[in-house]
Design a protein around this ligand. Structure first.
Ligand code: FAD
Length: 477
């Protein structure tokens, strides 16, 4: 870094105005503490540009003066990517003021937006035009579309609509040297050469800062049915999933696995929440079926339920009779995550596996965790239809350092097993900083060479989101 802090602040204030620069400790707090409240970073300064041009101006300035930069969206990411690095000061670019919906085309089913739009704002805007933006996740009231794109977010409707990679048609990106790449095309088919936008999706801000996007919308579903089914085992859940895929055609939009221990966490978080059943069952499945045309959803769900009952896959079930009952069932899913969060430091993962391996993996991994730490509690649930499990472990009360060491051992053992099952250590949250080492350790030399080559092409000085996904590469390599 060639400039001192007052010079940097002076430049930013000149180009962004007073509200565009934040540096007093009280105001900086919300940018520096992560969602879980247990990690903290320390930025050089927080810049809040309002336009793509302003983002480009700051990034070009940083490039000229060898200043490290990191982008921050809603700061709900769970792998420390948007958290500023304390050892190597970074200028943080918050996209929160770049938050306009640029246009919506109901016939083309597309919407052009600034990167700082909050996901909920995008969903509401689409809905007002009888359209639907399907990305749905617990953090949708705070996360930004630029963060969703940069982490290739998934969520509850991936089964039917795909992840962000499938939902982005065009992108606008400020490159690490400050140039603007305008790829804001609203085309459903474009087969002309390399698909550059896909490089930035899921890149966690390491190759450029996303400033705008053209999103793919769908017709708004006019009907939906939500059911919570009680099952005897994980195996039964997978058999039921197989049935549901065949039975409900492409109308199945969510299929969530919830073992009993996870439901208990929801009741812990909100003790007034009633148990939807009179009896406790080993496993539950929360599913959504939606349609936008005249389809008899009730009979589809009933047939699935009755077939499950007679084959023994299903033991009991609750079908939501109204939107508010459906919301109550989904609320339990949200409360589960809240309950887990209240238990403090724990192993949190978002692994994925071939769907056909989930039951075997579940048994093996639970056994491994119990062998390594009999007092720990496995809390594993997930978007089973995507092969995605949040295989989390709550450790016993221990002195902090011992607890950290235990969680590290459990993570290593779990990730070894994931590799053995040909799975992925990140299906949703990305690599960021917290999974950088285990991720890198699983790559072949060829993969490492290709990835570092791409990074070098975009960011040869290594100034943008350094240490996320890739390790910092020594200069002489
Ligand atoms: C309660 C809860 C539930 C969640 N559920 C899910 C889920 O179901 N599925 C899922 O996939 N994730 C989930 N997440 C994780 C998180 O919400 C998503 O990863 C989200 O996409 C992050 O968006 P954000 O705006 O908060 O990004 P941030 O946390 O601000 O940033 C995430 C990463 O993207 C980079 N970044 C942010 N904005 C930009 C930009 N404009 N250009 C370039 N880089 C950028 C950051 O530098 C960082 O590396 C959940 C999180 C919480 C707290």
């Amino acid at each position: 870094m060639q400039l001192d802090l007052p010079e940097i602040i002076d430049f930013l204030t000149t180009h962004l105005g007073d509200g565009g620069v934040i540096r007093d400790p009280a105001s900086v707090e919300r940018y520096t503490v992560d969602w879980a409240g247990n990690r903290r970073g320390d930025p050089l300064v927080v810049a809040r540009p309002r336009t793509t041009h302003e983002v480009a101006t700051i990034v070009a300035f940083c490039h000229r003066n060898v200043i490290r930069v990191v982008a921050q969206g809603g700061h709900t990411g769970l792998v420390g990517g948007a958290l500023p690095d304390t050892d190597h000061p970074e200028l943080m670019i918050s996209l929160e003021r770049l938050n306009r919906v640029r246009s919506l085309d109901p016939l083309n089913l597309t919407m052009a937006v600034d990167a700082g739009c909050i996901l909920q704002q995008i969903k509401d805007t689409a809905e007002a035009e009888e359209c639907f933006f399907p990305l749905s996740l617990g953090a949708q009231g705070s996360c930004q579309i630029g963060g969703n794109i940069s982490t290739n977010a998934g969520g509850l409707n991936v089964l039917r609509y795909g992840m962000m990679r499938q939902l982005v048609l065009g992108l606008e990106v400020v490159l690490p040297d400050g140039r603007i790449w305008n790829g804001m095309k609203a085309l459903h088919k474009d087969n002309s050469g390399y698909d550059l936008k896909q490089l930035f999706i899921g890149a966690e801000g390491t190759l450029g800062i996303v400033t705008g996007a053209v999103l793919k919308l769908s017709p708004r579903p006019s009907m939906s049915r939500t059911a919570l089914l009680a099952l005897p085992s994980i195996e039964a859940a997978l058999e039921l999933y197989d049935q549901a895929r065949r039975h409900c055609c492409d109308l199945l939009s969510a299929f969530e696995l919830i073992p009993r221990a996870c439901l208990e966490l929801a009741f812990e978080a909100a003790p007034q929440t009633p148990d939807p059943f009179d009896t406790a069952y080993p496993v539950y499945v929360l599913l959504d079926i939606t349609a936008s045309g005249p389809v008899d959803l009730d009979s589809l769900v009933e047939q699935l339920f009755e077939a499950g009952l007679s084959s023994g896959q299903v033991l009991d079930g609750v079908l939501a009779g109204s939107e508010s009952q459906a919301n109550q069932l989904w609320k339990i899913r949200e409360l589960m995550v809240e309950g887990q969060q209240r238990r403090g430091e724990h192993l949190r993962t978002d692994i994925s596996l071939p769907i056909s391996s989930i039951a075997e993996f579940f048994a093996d991994a639970s056994h491994r965790m119990a062998t390594l730490s009999p007092e720990s509690t496995v809390i594993a649930y997930g978007h089973v239809g995507d092969g995605n499990l949040h295989f989390n472990v709550l450790p016993p009360a221990l002195p902090l350092e011992d607890q950290k060491a235990l969680l590290q051992r459990l993570e290593t053992a779990l990730f070894e097993l994931v590799e053995r099952f040909d799975g992925s250590i990140s299906a949703e949250h990305g690599i960021g900083r917290t999974k950088q080492r285990p991720y890198w350790a699983t790559l072949s030399d060829t993969e490492k060479e290709l990835l570092t080559g791409i990074k070098h092409l975009f960011d040869p000085q290594q100034l943008m989101a350094v240490g996320r996904i890739l390790p910092e590469i020594p200069e002489n390599e």
